[in-house]
Design a protein around this ligand. Structure first.
Ligand code: IVH
Length: 456
């Protein structure tokens, strides 16, 4: 048997099977057949490394630890999108567009909640993947993106192109990952997006390979060279063998646009990955230059953000910075709850409190939502369900029964306990500081103390 021929044959069959399974969602061979091919290929490659094909699927398991990520400047900057939060703002967006063109046709796409990546192919071969970074300069994550199973290492045409898309972690992978971390007593990821971003920034690509990331492509850089609309660009990307999200639609009126958004809002609850909105783009590329750009984002597109889901839970603790005496609320802990796929619990970073200007107490029932779908926030206190909660503790070391006071119109609360351990600790620190740093420092610390204990 010709070894090289067999290696090439196995490489091709496995890559085809990967494409069918991970990109088209239509498996063509059984799992055991796949495993057998893989086993045979690994054995042959180990014995005859000189015949290893550049597109070998065995490299998708990662390997090689980087010292750091190289910075890469984007040839075409990666912009962000403006947001609209309701139908009224959407209608205003449509009205602005109509000042430039009479009957705009839009393409609507799901806004995938992951991280944006730019991927380059040369002569149809995968060469580089770079994170968005600050939009101008990103980090080279070629090795990690290579481990994404739906990413083809060779395209169906030998083209030099740059495509952009969203790397994300499907719900199933996210659940599995957090379960494993829980079992190992490791901190949990707050949501799939953080988990995806954390995985892509792993220096050891074996770690990324085990995180089961996925990718949807949605932008073809310099697309006008090949096609003339966004819908054509998506199909063109798909024809090359890359994965796109099929739930896109072409709409011709604001009414249709609004109906489509409602449809997506229902649909997203059934999808196996997180979405946080709908991206609306002018379909016709020739209008893009006419409509133009702001410094940060194109004016021919916007993101309709879905309403943040909110849940009701009990507030178990409020944290305030010990070092300062003012009680501006730093964060809190609630009874564990889940909002969509975001888990709120004590192993995760603290929840923010945005109702800081209101009266909020430990033991209260509160409404929590995901702000910008990242950090959970307490947005409202359920006063009807308040029992006789006393004010919250000043710090972990303080007495729970000592109330705090807030001056009308101020957000900050102050401890009324003259013997507050938090304050005493701070005084001690200030004293030590002043011993070390001399007279000037001490005077400042005393001044600080005086201003902070005004309610004592
Ligand atoms: S188009 C000029 N399409 O949303 C901006 N972005 O808030 C081009 N995103 O940075 C982006 N799904 O990370 C586009 N179907 C989609 C998207 C999408 C998710 C993300 C992307 C972008 C962010 C903008």
């Amino acid at each position: 048997m010709n070894i090289e021929k067999r290696i090439n044959e196995l490489t091709e069959r496995i890559n085809e099977a990967n494409h069918a399974y991970h990109t088209l969602d239509e498996p063509v061979i059984t799992d055991s057949q796949y495993d057998a091919y893989m086993k045979e290929l690994i054995a042959l490659e180990t014995e005859y490394p000189e015949f290893k094909h550049p597109d070998t699927p065995t490299e998708k398991v990662g390997g090689g630890i980087l010292e750091s990520f190289q910075k890469v400047e984007h040839r075409v900057p990666m912009m962000s999108l403006s947001n609209v939060f309701n139908k009224e703002e959407l209608e205003q967006f449509d009205a602005r567009i109509k000042k430039v063109t009479d009957n705009p046709t839009y393409v609507t796409e799901l806004k995938i909640d992951g991280l944006a990546i730019s991927i380059r192919y040369e002569k149809g071969r995968y060469v580089q993947a770079v994170t968005r970074g600050n939009g101008t300069v990103g980090e080279d994550v070629t090795k990690n993106v290579k481990t994404i199973r739906s990413l083809p290492l060779s395209l169906k045409k030998p083209v030099d192109i740059e495509v952009r898309g969203e790397v994300f972690m499907p719900h199933r992978s996210f659940k599995k990952l957090n379960e494993a971390r829980l079992a190992n007593d490791e901190p949990l990821f707050a949501n799939p997006r953080n988990a995806a971003a954390g995985s892509i920034r792993q220096l050891d690509s074996k770690v990324a390979a085990n995180r089961n990331l996925d990718l949807f492509c949605y932008t073809l850089v310099d697309a006008e060279e090949y096609v003339s609309t966004q819908a054509e660009a998506l199909e063109w990307i798909r024809d090359l063998g890359l994965k796109i999200n099929s739930n896109y639609a072409i709409v011709d009126s604001i009414e249709e646009l609004e109906d489509t958004i409602d449809h997506y809002d229902d649909l997203r609850k059934t999808l196996p990955y997180e979405t946080d909105g709908v991206v609306i783009k002018i379909n016709d590329f020739s209008l893009h230059e006419t409509i133009g750009y702001t410094v940060k984002s194109p004016k021919w597109a916007t993101a309709y953000k879905f309403k943040a889901e909110r849940v009701w839970t009990k507030l178990n603790d409020i944290y305030v910075p010990d070092r300062t005496y003012r009680r501006h609320y730093a964060g809190c802990r609630t009874e564990p709850v889940t909002i969509g796929f975001t888990r709120i619990e004590s192993r995760l970073p603290t929840t923010r409190i945005t109702s800081a200007k209101k009266d909020i107490r430990i033991g209260d029932f509160v409404w929590v939502h995901k702000a910008g779908e990242i950090i959970p926030e307490v947005i409202e206190v359920d006063y009807e369900n308040r029992k006789d909660q006393s004010c919250f503790r000043w710090s972990r070391r303080a007495r729970p029964d000592v109330p705090v006071k807030r001056q009308e119109g101020e957000a900050d609360h102050y401890c009324t306990n003259p013997d507050c351990p938090g304050k005493n600790m701070h005084r001690l620190h200030s004293f030590r500081e002043s011993c070390h740093d001399g007279h000037r420092h001490a005077r400042r610390a005393r001044h600080r103390d005086a201003s902070r204990t005004r309610f004592s």
